[in-house]
Design a protein around this ligand. Structure first.
Ligand SMILES: Cc1ncc(COP(=O)(O)O)c(C=O)c1O
Length: 385
């Protein structure tokens, strides 16, 4: 069997969720499980969190169908609402809470509810408080909220917004966005849901009735490195995914020898090259430069040469004993307790942990662990964690 796998630690996932709850003690936390739980496997992650999380948040009804089919019965929040009016009945009848960000959605929802009154679905009304992606401008949001709160066919209305810069050290925009939605919330006297992971960890004034942690559940640090709270939570966030493989071949090269496509890397010393079963066809970032860290048998070394579709190459020269079969950790926690943060690999690749985690492709088997190394292998859809 190809040795590449993504090991998913469901205890770590639950601990990270508990950290979100601890940081926002007055709020309920909806677990953001969109994009296949940020690449970790939505069904297994949802099952692991179901006893803890009162609601989960997704990007589409299609994502929700998978969870409903697996028996997840908590409210499922559609963060962009429905995309077409013909999704509304399925959403309302199956316990989804729709975000409403556009006038056409409000009108289409009211038409559908009028046709079959009495269902009174909860909705979240999204205010564009400054990110300028989705939502109603504040004055529009005020009138949409007033209208829906007074409407007999609509259930509980929650005010929602999304922060553009909660992860950064400069808090000027966060303070501006907060001021906008706080004024609305007080004026309208309604429940609210504002905070993503960085705000859940470090902006307590934003917590309100609900928080929406995503990336922190998976153990990546949502705060930028120069954020004053970055180090405070680093040790509390437990990595959930370990992407690991093995060395499948070793080459001994002299000085001046190129390695891999494009001959990007050329040896400057006698070099032992380890070929590892993992490539961009698995989702590993092809832009990873020479030197991007990996762990081989628990020891740090670096990539050399371009990433291929199914393989990548690492420098084994300083890791005596590392041979065919040596264990390679691309990110996460290795067997010896060593840790290579996905955040660090992301920095090398000039990207963010979100893209690395969501980018792990379906051909990489996910293997699920919980409760002291009890293992549940194989593909996510068929296993009960
Ligand atoms: C609307 C919304 N809420 C919450 C989240 C979770 O954000 P994070 O993963 O940064 O916690 C996202 C993520 O993209 C989002 O789009």
């Amino acid at each position: 069997m190809r040795p590449l796998q993504a090991r998913i630690d469901l205890d770590a996932l639950r601990d990270n969720y508990r950290l979100a709850c601890e940081r926002a003690p007055g709020a309920s936390a909806m677990a953001v499980l969109k994009a296949n739980a940020y690449g970790h496997g939505a069904v297994s992650c949802a099952r692991a969190l179901a006893p803890l999380a009162p609601a989960m948040a997704l990007a589409s009804l299609e994502e929700g169908r998978e969870l409903r089919a697996a028996g997840i019965d908590c409210p499922l929040v559609l963060l962009e609402g429905f995309f077409e009016a013909d999704e509304i009945d399925e959403a309302v009848d199956n316990g989804y809470w729709c975000v409403l960000h556009s006038h056409w959605q409000v009108e289409a929802l009211l038409v559908a509810l009028r046709a079959r009154p009495g269902r009174r679905p909860p909705v979240l009304i999204k205010c564009d408080s400054g990110m300028h992606r989705l939502g109603f401008f504040p004055d529009e949001a005020r009138s949409v909220c007033r209208r829906l709160m007074a409407h007999p066919d609509v259930g509980r209305c929650t005010l929602m917004t999304h922060f553009a810069t909660a992860d950064t050290a400069d808090d000027a925009q966060l303070r501006h966005q907060m001021a906008v939605v706080e004024a609305l919330r007080v004026d309208l006297d309604m429940p609210a849901c504002f905070a993503n992971s960085p705000a859940t960890l470090s902006a307590p004034r934003s917590h309100a009735e609900w928080v929406r942690p995503g990336i922190m559940l998976y153990g990546a640090n949502p705060l930028e490195r120069d954020h004053p709270d970055h180090d405070r939570f680093a040790s509390r966030l437990r990595p959930v995914m370990t992407l690991e493989s093995r060395v499948i071949a070793v080459r001994e090269l002299g000085v001046g020898e190129p390695v891999g496509y494009g001959a990007r890397f050329v040896t400057e010393r006698p070099t032992r090259v380890g070929v590892v079963a993992c490539g961009y066809g698995d989702g590993y970032d092809r832009h990873a430069p020479d030197g991007t860290p990996v762990l081989v048998n628990g020891q740090r070394t670096g990539l050399i040469g371009r990433i291929s579709m199914d393989m990548l190459t690492v420098d084994l020269s300083d890791i005596p004993g590392a041979d065919v079969g040596a264990r390679v950790t691309l990110w996460g926690r290795d067997e010896n307790g060593g840790h290579l943060a996905v955040d660090e690999v992301a920095r090398w690749c000039d990207t963010i942990p979100y893209t690395l985690l969501t980018g792990v492709l379906p051909r990489v088997p996910r293997r699920y662990y919980h409760h002291h190394d009890d293992e549940h292998g194989g593909d996510d859809s068929s296993r009960t964690p």
